[in-house]
Design a protein around this ligand. Structure first.
Ligand code: 13P
Ligand code: SF4
Length: 421
């Protein structure tokens, strides 16, 4: 549909009739279809809650117990009221963190919202809070545990809220790749892990001269890593790695597929490589395409396309701008009234930006489906259940990284912070 000549209001109606932020409006089917909590005796897949991937090897493998029946039948208003009452009773002992990709029904209860790293830092700045309830996914709660104080406990309301990308790289496979690179190419491969990874991979980087990066500081940290050695092994996101290498002008990137001998490369290709990209991706951001960008430009000639660097290289190349969720928010916030944006990131964030900036046209590039299904597993009923247990003096769903992993992961995170990135 061409929208040239339409008012901003009409363009909004047209653009907003696309991707939905709710996967289902029915809370019970949200449990059953998304969290595997269909029957009372069924436990769901814990950390590593995605499909066709091997769960992380050393991560805590607790599984989500079925939600008590009482919580499954609560109406949304009842859940809201009970969450508010539990928060009131816990007072300053509690801080609730909400990632930008959480649904509105969760964000309204969050004390702080942000991307994964910002939230972990904010939590570390609240040493008075005994309980950090992280409404996000498993790797984020681990990072919060690593960065928080010894007297703080981090809670993930639904243990089935994993991250399919983080689960695509596990310690055994990454260590095998690193050993293979050393055998074929000699020493000098620096491991760099994206924040969106399990704690033991962050620890692997800490132990082996590597570093953690976020989507905003990846170029600075890959550049640093290139100065430390011959090549960078970047995991788990192939696309963020490729976009970063491109930005730095590093031309010799190869992909490592852990299912293939030598990752699917020849000895010569390995020896020539500057960046070895792990074959992993975000199922949300991989959906965005160049065709979607072309359609948005055709329908809205004044549109600005802004995408997350977890999108494919050709999508980032076709967009006007790319950056982390915090970057996307800043760009839209600072734009003058009447600006138009097609956004390539998770739909709950896009919907919130729309609601907060009614004077701008903002819509999601993907017209079909782009919520993060694992983030969505943090249903308000799980939050209510976790908080009411805290009120009763019971800590449920604690995410506690073991001491050795925590120590080395902290080394990799501190290296990032020390580099000022
Ligand atoms: P950032 O919020 O760090 O940009 O990462 C996006 C994401 O995919 C979080 O899971
Ligand atoms: Fe993982 Fe992608 Fe969901 Fe982020 S948006 S939690 S990277 S699957």
């Amino acid at each position: 549909m061409k929208s040239e000549g339409l008012t901003l209001e009409k363009q909004k109606v047209a653009a907003n009739s696309t991707c939905s932020s709710s996967q289902t409006d029915d809370p019970v089917s949200a449990f059953t279809s998304l969290a595997g909590l269909g029957s009372q005796d069924q436990t769901s897949y814990g950390p590593g809650a995605s499909f066709e991937v091997r769960p992380p090897s050393r991560a805590a493998m607790a599984r989500q117990a079925p939600l008590p029946a009482e919580y499954r039948s609560l109406l949304p208003d009842e859940i809201d009221t009970r969450i508010a009452e539990a928060r009131r009773r816990l007072g300053d002992r509690l801080v609730i963190l909400g990632h930008h990709y959480q649904r509105e029904e969760i964000i309204r209860h969050a004390d702080l919202r942000g991307d994964s790293f910002k939230l972990s830092q904010l939590a570390a700045g609240r040493p008075d809070a005994e309980f950090i309830v992280f409404c996000g996914v498993h790797f984020m709660a681990e990072s919060a545990d690593i960065l928080s104080g010894p007297d703080q406990q981090v809670i993930l309301p639904n243990l089935a809220a994993g991250c399919s990308m983080a689960d695509m790289a596990n310690l055994d496979d990454v260590a095998a790749c690193w050993d293979e690179l050393a055998r074929v190419c000699g020493p000098g491969t620096i491991p760099v892990t994206y924040m969106n990874s399990v704690a033991d991979l962050k620890a692997f980087c800490g132990e082996n001269g590597g570093v953690v990066c976020t989507s905003s500081n990846a170029p600075a940290l890959v550049e640093w890593a290139m100065r430390q050695g011959e090549r960078v092994l970047f995991f788990p996101d192939e696309h963020l790695g490729r976009n970063t290498a491109h930005r730095l002008g590093l031309g010799r990137s190869i992909v490592w597929d852990p299912r293939k001998p030598l990752g699917g490369n020849t000895v010569e290709e390995l020896r020539q490589s500057q960046v070895v990209l792990w074959k992993g991706f975000c199922s949300v951001h991989e959906r965005f395409t160049v065709e979607q960008i072309e359609t948005a430009r055709l329908e809205h000639p004044d549109i600005t396309i802004v995408v997350h660097p977890e999108c494919r290289r050709e999508v980032v190349a076709a967009a006007d701008m790319d950056g982390s969720t915090e970057f996307i928010i800043k760009v839209i916030e600072e734009a003058p009234a009447g600006s138009q944006f097609a956004v390539g990131t998770e739909i709950n964030l896009v919907r919130r930006l729309q609601a907060e900036h009614p004077d701008k046209l903002i819509f999601c590039l993907d017209p079909i489906v782009c919520p993060c299904s694992t983030m969505y597993r943090v249903h308000p009923a799980f939050l209510c259940w976790a908080l009411e247990n805290l009120v009763e003096g019971r800590v449920v769903n604690r995410i506690a990284v073991d001491d050795s992993t925590r120590r080395w992961a902290r080394v990799a995170l501190d290296r990032m912070l020390d580099l000022g990135a």
